[in-house]
Design a binder for this molecule. Structure first.
Ligand code: ADP
Length: 676
């Protein structure tokens, strides 16, 4: 086996490859650009070498430089990951010339699949079914248009050199054709310095189903089943799953064998993916072959129990395929959701910024998170804005989907716009749950998928108020317990009678939802100890709601005036995120302004934010206190409010003593700031 592997990539895929290499006892070399000096992949590798400035063309695409580093460090194999140099025949050739194993297919296979037109011609000869269309060398607009007219509209123009959905245009009628061809050619020229086009029949409701193939150097090949990647935005994948819902054994076998035929036609070696369009009548058509490990390979790993990176390394090392076709089985169902820094409400525009808070769901045998970033990292303008891949597995599609929605509701990201709420809506939506999949899924269901910022906030305010209250009570109980455990005699919570269960009183709650403040009055009724249900009467906006709720982890099962709904609540240090079936909202407690600002310390009074009781005085009149030191604790319905010193200074008078009842708005103490 190889001794030292260089990973010519970054981010999650570099980390992913390093993980397996380590397990196999292979030492690893990372390369990095300026922007990635402190990146996770650099920290994870045994050695790391700086290769240049942040733009990919000056760093991760510098093939010759990477080869030099590999030679200097005694590297015997290079894994290119996906993107960057992974499908670059020149780089593959450079590796060969320098006696370094390229973990991927041979040069000839990369070249054969490099052009979509050439690939289709090869597949035609190998009798692999193709999407009807024209992929010839004669590029005169008349010839291409005639082909389109003959097969009938709609058609799809594609750049032969294309990738990433660029240089692609749908054409719905003859009259649009000329303009669309010109536009697609321009786009292709700009992206690929080439404007060779092909035209295909545009299938209106196909599914994207692809087959994972693997071939060794002795000409053996297997397929590791299929992935359904129909859920796409801008012709790019968003959620992938394996196996494909509704797939029959016989269709799987036909598609698997067609994919192997495609691979054999180009003497393929290593991991490859043959992409097909699957029509509603069960016909399938070759689209293209990707000659690398795909982003979505983990779903195949989870249903097959195989480590595809290990397979790649073994095959590159000249070993036979680790398993024969007859030894491969599908076990359960897996999903992958691509977590991106992007704004679904603004045409999925990529976002950049700092991941100020990043808490992925816990990983276990059902949940896997492949990522290349840590809290505090930047998502920069230089690379793909993918934050992570969330991959889940369970025995059935329904169970796996429940894991996906749960994991998404636990994924907490702050600092930049991201697609988590969108993914959650998608995973929760009825058509996705029912596996009504085709490539226009997102367009077709956009009315239910896109989170509306102006969502009917009012409808959720009473429930938010209840959540806030319950959370505060839980915090208070936890804090009481901590204090009792610590036996701190000076703590205000050493006396546990601040918590009085089963009492009914009215509580004022001020919520901040997207900058708007909502004032709510909540009355708590007795909790039903038997059903664990808590009941509240909420007055808001002139309406009264009777709400009962039972909490199960992050899921709050509400019954509001007879309307039952399960709402997931995620909490972080900035507040709460609420996820209902079509809505994601962020809310926090609106902190009452005590009338003090840093410039104005000491002059204004401290007012009670609500009706309540003075629980504890924490300073002595006349003693100097530090800025931020707690002066008094008020309690109202199991909620604590700590009043802190706004500056260094002293309390000159407390207007209430411990145990006194106070009215909301009452002046509580007088404070005098020290002269600076
Ligand atoms: P790229 O290489 O740019 O990603 P692909 O050829 O892989 O382009 O196609 C990307 C997506 O575009 C497919 O997954 C599918 O959703 C859609 N697509 C491609 N060809 C057709 C077609 N003939 N009819 C309908 N949709 C298509």
């Amino acid at each position: 086996m190889f001794k030292k592997l260089l990973i010519a990539n970054r981010g999650e895929i570099a980390c992913r490859v390093i993980r397996t290499a380590k397990q196999m006892g292979i030492s690893t070399v990372a390369v990095y650009s300026d922007a990635d000096a402190h990146a996770l992949h650099v920290q994870s590798a045994d050695e790391a070498v700086h290769i240049g400035p942040s733009p990919a063309k000056d760093s991760y695409l510098q093939g010759e430089k990477i080869i030099e580093i590999a030679k200097e460090l005694g590297v015997d194999a290079i894994h290119p990951g996906y993107g960057f140099l992974s499908e670059n025949a020149d780089f593959c050739r450079l590796c060969e010339q320098n006696n370094i194993e390229f973990v991927g297919p041979p040069v000839g296979a990369i070249e054969a699949m490099g052009s979509k037109s050439a690939a289709k011609r090869i597949m035609e000869e190998a009798n692999v079914p193709l999407v009807p269309g024209y992929h010839g060398d004669d590029q005169s607009p008349e010839v291409i248009k005639k082909a389109a007219d003959d097969m009938g509209y709609p058609v799809l123009l594609k750049a032969a050199a294309g990738g990433g959905g660029k240089g692609m245009r749908q054409v719905w009628s003859e009259s649009e054709f000329d303009a669309a061809l010109a536009a697609a050619k321009r786009e292709s020229m700009n992206s690929f310095s080439d404007d060779h086009m092909l035209v295909e029949k545009y299938l209106t409701q196909p599914r994207h189903v692809e087959i994972q193939v693997f071939c060794d150097k002795s000409g053996n090949g297997v397929y590791l089943f299929e992935r359904d990647c129909s859920v796409q935005r801008r012709h790019q994948k968003v959620i992938e799953e394996a196996p494909a819902p509704g797939m029959t054994e016989s269709l799987r076998q036909q598609m698997g064998e067609a994919a192997l035929k495609a691979a054999k036609a180009i003497d393929y070696v290593g991991a490859g993916t043959v992409e097909f369009l699957l029509d509603s009548d069960g016909s399938f058509y070759f689209m293209e072959m990707n000659t690398r490990l795909q982003v979505e390979h983990p779903v195949t790993e989870l249903i097959s129990g195989q480590d595809l990176v290990e397979w790649q390394l073994r095959v590159a090392n000249g070993e036979p395929l680790p398993k024969q076709q007859s030894e491969l089985r599908i076990n359960g169902h897996a999903f992958e959701a691509r977590v991106y820094a992007e704004d679904p409400n603004n045409e999925f525009l990529p976002a950049t910024g700092n991941l100020t808070y990043l808490q992925p769901p816990l990983e276990n045998r059902y949940v896997r998170v492949d990522t290349g970033v840590l809290q505090g990292d930047d998502v920069s303008v230089y690379y793909d804005p993918m934050i992570a891949k969330l991959i889940v597995w369970d025995e059935s599609r329904d169970k796996a989907l429940a894991r996906l929605t749960k994991a998404l509701s636990e994924y907490r990201i702050k600092g930049l716009v991201n697609n988590i709420p969108f993914l959650y809506n998608l995973a929760k939506s009825a058509p996705f749950q029912n596996a009504e999949l085709d490539t226009s899924f997102i367009e077709k269901h956009n009315d239910i998928l896109f989170v509306e910022h102006s969502a009917n906030v009012e409808q959720f305010v009473p429930m938010m108020a209840v959540v806030l209250l319950m959370q505060k009570q839980a915090d208070l109980r936890a804090s009481n317990q901590r204090v009792i455990a610590d036996k701190d005699p000076y703590s205000p919570w050493a006396t546990t009678d601040a918590w009085r269960a089963n009492e009914t009183h009215q509580q004022h709650v001020a919520l901040d939802v997207g900058g708007d403040v909502h004032e709510v009055e909540v009355e708590q009724k007795e909790a039903n100890n038997h059903t664990q249900e808590h009941s509240f009467v909420v007055h808001y906006n002139g309406h009264t709601s009777h709400i009962s709720v039972k909490r199960q982890g992050d899921v709050f099962n509400f019954n509001a005036n007879g309307h039952r709904q399960a709402i997931t609540i995620a909490q972080d240090d900035t507040g709460f995120s609420l996820y209902a079936s079509k809505v994601a909202l962020h809310f926090a407690e609106h902190k009452p302004d005590l009338g003090l600002t840093d410039e104005d310390h000491g002059a204004a009074g401290f007012t009670a934010p609500m009706n309540g009781t003075v629980v504890k005085l924490l300073a002595d009149v006349g003693d100097t206190v530090e800025k931020g030191q707690a002066l008094m604790i008020m309690e109202a319905m199991k909620m604590e409010h700590v009043l802190n010193a706004p500056a260094t200074g002293k309390v000159t008078e407390f207007f209430y003593q411990e145990g006194d009842l106070v009215d909301g708005g009452a002046e509580l103490l007088a404070f005098e700031a020290s002269e600076e």
